[in-house]
Design a protein around this ligand. Sequence first.
Ligand code: DGL
Length: 244
Amino acid sequence: MRIGVFDSGIGGLTVLKELRKYHKDQEYIYFGDTKNLPYGTKSKEELFEVVCKVIDFLISKDVKIIFIACGTVSSTIYQELCNKYSVPIVSIIDATIAELKRQEIKDVAILATPATINSHVFKKKLADVNVLEISCSKFVPIIENKIDSKFKKLYVEQYLKDVKKERIKHVVLGCTHYPLLETDIKAYLGEVNCYNMGTILAYSTYLKPAKEGLEVYFSHNYEGLNEKANTILEEKINILEQEI
Ligand code: DGL
């Protein structure tokens, strides 16, 4: 089946990688909206406008289903997108919440973008759980080379100090860029369970085996982007620049 996967940038590649690991025999069209990055500080109206252009592009590529590889979009405008489009659209947040419920986790820290944290989606849907919400606005700009990575350690320590203080052992990487900081997060927190939403989405989804394929598009190709994509996917691909 031809599957559309999208995010604001390279974060969604952490999801694509997991989908391809669990469901290699599918045809994927990936779109990273690097021109409009970051999504996590946009208003719902701004986000809806840019995301519709991405979805229209994926539909023009004849995808049969769309996986939102973005916590921000899934937690803020998911219902509006489902109302507008007839193609099935899958939220990455719903799969993660279902997994946390299944594991009966009692204390969890959610690291996410300002938009996801302001939606309080995890807190609302995990009513009996002690949820510590942390907005990490600088992580995405660091990962996408918009802020010097020498500040990485500083921000990791700043954002995660309460997780350490409260000794929380379950940490949801509630933005799909954050698996790219997992090593730094664990270096600071020690032994914690980091939940990768892409992994959860991939193993909790059933897809009938089909033809294999991969196309990866970005709306802005910045220096080093292709190398970053290769590193994340652990394979050599040729990214394509696509205006939307
Ligand atoms: N990777 C996205 C998310 O999961 C978007 C991050 C951003 O562009 O702010 O929230």
